[in-house]
Ligand binder design. Structure first.
Ligand code: NAD
Ligand code: TYD
Length: 354
């Protein structure tokens, strides 16, 4: 049994689906169902006895303590977070609450429960904290990619709150001996990505005939990894990672935002051409830049590759094509999450407690 937090979000739901597709070990999935959490992501495991969904907050010490005592998981994997940089600029409070206070309370509940385990269960237990490359700050054009020894220099309220959570996780290892692992991954893309982030937003807006907004000059660089490769990296670190260590996760796929959008337009032009025969590129619109916008992220994943033998299965070209196809095939999902009807769907499908 493992306990996953945030398993109704983008990466967490991909992780839960892959986990249950690849083995029979059950998952307790604790998720607060914020705007980013969506039970529909988990429709494929609805009714599956190996998946226990619990609607709740990682900051609820009593609830987490009860789940740990009841299910005795061999691992906790913490995906739960507020994750959108732009939202953190408009309102940092939720980021402080979930990413810092919530992680702290989760750590406290795990620490209290872990302290009472028998030695064998203690040896087997792991807490894996899922974090981001954004904690390292911004790179100049010719800087080497971030490795695990880079200084933390977070620039947005989001990355600062994730950095704080990483430090707490580290401290609980050094001070209390909690068996922790931390992963810092680059930008993910793939199925179930909430359409407020660049890639799903562009696909959605393109098909809806709306502008494709590019912040500033569009030359900011992100290092893109297909979400299922991030999930395989997490499984690998859980299995073989050294306690207390940090592993950077990335696929060596640095791309400027404008190039990503051009690629999306080209694939859409091929798979779902506009009725008027024009390219989706004509919808590109340059808009005011994000304040404090980090110029470049790039991950050096050598440690994970060398020590644990992990490699991504997708290149950017194969992964982005799969992603566009997934959005074309799952327009109902997109319509539900964007119309707010998915909340109605929750009530209909799961009743008042959903
Ligand atoms: P997401 O916003 O899609 O999902 C977050 C999930 O956490 C949602 O289901 C939400 O309901 C849940 N949640 C939020 N607050 C909660 C709380 N207090 N208690 C319980 N559940 C809560 O985010 P994501 O993109 O899937 O990211 C998952 C994790 O991976 C985050 O920790 C994020 O920092 C990290 N990460 C994301 C990326 C990326 O590109 N998306 C890259 C690297 C790391
Ligand atoms: P985003 O998906 O929000 O991820 P992050 O900020 O965590 O990297 O944005 C990815 C990049 O795309 C980032 O440089 C901001 C840029 N961007 C746009 O140019 N236009 C948009 O509408 C959005 C949402 C993002």
């Amino acid at each position: 049994m493992i306990l996953v937090t945030g398993g109704a979000g983008f990466i967490g739901s991909n992780f839960v689906l892959d986990w249950l597709a690849q083995g029979n070990e059950p998952v307790i999935n604790l998720d607060a169902l914020t705007y980013a959490g969506n039970r529909e992501n988990l429709a494929a495991v609805d009714g599956d006895p190996r998946h226990i969904f619990v609607h709740g907050d990682i900051g609820d010490f009593e609830l987490v303590s009860r789940l740990l005592a009841e299910h005795q998981p061999r691992a906790v994997i913490n995906f739960a977070a507020e994750s959108h940089v732009d939202r953190s600029i408009h309102g940092p409070e939720d980021f402080i609450q979930t990413n810092i206070v919530g992680t702290f309370r989760l750590l406290e509940a795990v620490r209290a429960w872990y302290g009472q385990l028998a030695p064998e269960a203690k040896n087997a237990f792991r807490l894996l904290h899922v974090s981001t490359d954004e904690v390292y700050g911004s790179l100049a054009k010719d800087d080497p990619a971030f490795n695990e020894n880079n200084r933390y220099e977070p620039n947005s309220p989001y990355s600062a709150s994730k950095a704080a959570s990483d430090h707490l996780v580290r401290a609980y290892h050094h001070t209390y001996g909690l068996p922790v692992l931390t992963t810092n991954c680059s930008n993910n893309y793939g199925p179930y990505h909430f359409p407020e982030k660049l890639i799903p937003l562009v696909i959605h807006n393109a098909l809806a005939g709306k502008p494709l907004p590019i912040y500033g000059d569009g030359q900011q660089i992100r290092d893109w990894l297909y979400v299922k490769d991030h999930c395989s990296a997490i499984r690998r670190v859980l299995e073989g990672g050294k306690l207390g260590e940090v592993y950077n996760v990335g696929g060596w796929n640095e791309k400027a935002n404008l190039d990503v959008v051009h690629t999306l337009c080209a694939i859409l032009d091929e798979l779902s051409p506009r009725a008027d025969g024009q390219s989706y590129r004509t919808q590109i619109t340059f808009v005011t830049d994000r304040p404090g916008h980090d110029r470049r992220y790039a991950i050096d994943a050598t440690k994970l590759e060398r020590e644990l033998g992990w490699k991504p299965a997708e290149t950017f070209e194969t992964g982005i094509r799969k992603t566009v196809q997934w959005y074309l095939d799952n327009q109902a999902w997109v319509n539900n999450v964007t119309s707010g009807a998915y909340r109605d769907w929750l009530g209909k499908q799961y009743g008042a407690n959903a």
